[in-house]
Write a protein that binds this ligand. Structure first.
Ligand code: ATP
Ligand code: MG
Length: 399
């Protein structure tokens, strides 16, 4: 396929736009001001303390997926699909966070393959390289450099408090886990602060890390910014923008097919627990056929006794773009057999165009290389300004 044709396919309007109401914010730390993900540009501009005049530049949003395995329906509905509307509203940088993928033991020969595949999935899902910068985290060296500079101002007590560190290190056997498991939230802070990001889409599991990012930003601004930076020959003022959270739409947490109380996850041992975006038709059919259900009559949302039922109806609702009421009307009297057929058909219909585009993109490696190289170039331009400012403010000899 010619590059021009491929480019036309990739740049056509995305099929799937996230525009659902509601949201959740109850679990957030009180200091973390938030925006609903489905807010309009006007709402976004009015949410800060600034005057109502439009900002000089669009607000900037960064986000990424780790290349730790196959991208699944949870990554798609909870993250990538929501990025489609963000790329129209904001200046967006979407990266493949490969440096984070080595935090726990991993297969080295798989890393670059998973990185390319994840990038191709971004494009196949409708992320548009003419709107968003798409790049690989390790291709912009400033991420690691800034992380080291930030580490010197991050008290170890702040990292020891991180719930994910406590949980994951306990699971992996405390003494044997790599230091990166403790320090990776500093890398995440670097990912965000390098780009002077205004907003960061976060799931509940990441709110503590975003709060840490804000604390690190404020601490470094106080330690080295303002007049102190001016005395070092700098501009003065803040070195970093302090970012805010962007809350994903309600219901975007997809649960495992084998346990409605655990989230669908790349790292879960059983492939049967998730629908991967690239699963062939027969695999999808088989996974839905065998997924966990219950023996109660009819189908319903929001019954805490029926987490699997809620999860499967929610997946159906999001991928069909129907309202909750429409899904209730259509499905409440169905038995599991007929609902599973309906859900399987909807999943296949939804994923097939993505899979076709994925194959087209993967068949033109030069195109993917170009997108990633252009994205890294644009990202590095922004990142290097921040990094150089921090080196200057911290007193390093200029090159
Ligand atoms: P791992 O098991 O390796 O941590 P993961 O499946 O949790 O992988 P990540 O790469 O950690 O995926 O997360 C990428 C993005 O997908 C994040 O924005 C995260 O919030 C979102 N995400 C991950 N799992 C789900 C899920 N089950 N439902 C909704 N969103 C999800
Ligand atoms: Mg995860």
């Amino acid at each position: 396929m010619s590059r021009a044709l491929l480019s036309h396919i990739l740049h056509r309007p995305p099929l799937l736009l996230a525009s659902r109401g509601g949201g959740r914010g109850g679990a957030l730390p009180s200091r973390l001001r938030t925006l609903r993900l489905n807010c309009s540009v006007a709402e976004a501009a009015a949410s800060g303390d600034e005057a109502p005049a439009p900002p000089a530049r669009k607000k900037r949003v960064v986000s990424g997926v780790q290349p730790t395995g196959l991208v699944h329906l949870g990554n798609y509905l909870g993250a990538i699909k929501n990025w489609l509307s963000l790329q129209d509203l904001y200046e967006t940088l979407f990266f493949i966070v490969d440096l984070h993928a080595i935090t726990l033991p991993y297969e080295a020969p798989q890393l670059s393959k998973a990185t390319r595949s994840t990038a191709a999935i971004y494009l196949a899902c409708g992320i548009d390289s003419s709107k968003a910068s798409i790049f690989v985290q390790s291709h912009v060296r400033a991420h690691v450099e800034l992380m080291w500079l930030l580490s010197s101002s991050t008290p170890i007590g702040w990292l020891n408090r991180m719930i994910q560190f406590k949980e994951k290190s306990r699971k992996a056997g405390d003494e044997n886990v790599g230091v990166a498991l403790l320090t990776y939230p500093v890398l995440m802070a670097s990912d965000i602060l390098l780009y002077q990001s205004d907003l960061v889409p976060v799931g509940e599991d990441q709110t503590q890390h975003l709060e840490l990012t804000r604390e690190i930003a404020e601490r470094v601004n106080n330690l080295y910014g303002g007049r102190k930076w001016k005395k070092m020959g700098g501009r003065g003022g803040s070195l970093f923008k302090v970012p805010e959270a962007l809350i994903p739409p309600a219901g975007a947490r997809v649960m495992s097919l084998t346990d409605g109380l655990s989230k669908m996850s790349k790292s879960a041992p059983s492939d049967q627990s998730r629908i991967n975006l690239l699963d062939p038709k027969d695999v999808i059919m088989n996974k839905i056929k065998r997924c966990k259900t219950d023996s109660l009559p009819g189908l319903e949302f929001d019954n805490p006794e029926r987490p699997e039922c809620n999860n499967l109806l929610s997946i159906y609702q999001i991928i069909t773009g129907k309202t909750k009421e429409e899904v209730v009307g259509e499905c409440q009297n169905m038995n599991w057999g007929s609902f599973k057929t309906t859900l399987t058909d909807a999943l296949i219909d939804h994923l097939q165009p993505i899979q076709i585009r994925y194959e087209e993109i993967m068949s033109d490696p030069g195109y993917l290389d170009d997108v990633l190289s252009e994205g890294a170039g644009k990202a590095a331009e922004i990142a290097d300004i921040t990094l150089n400012n921090v080196y200057q403010a911290m007193g390093f000899l200029r090159r």
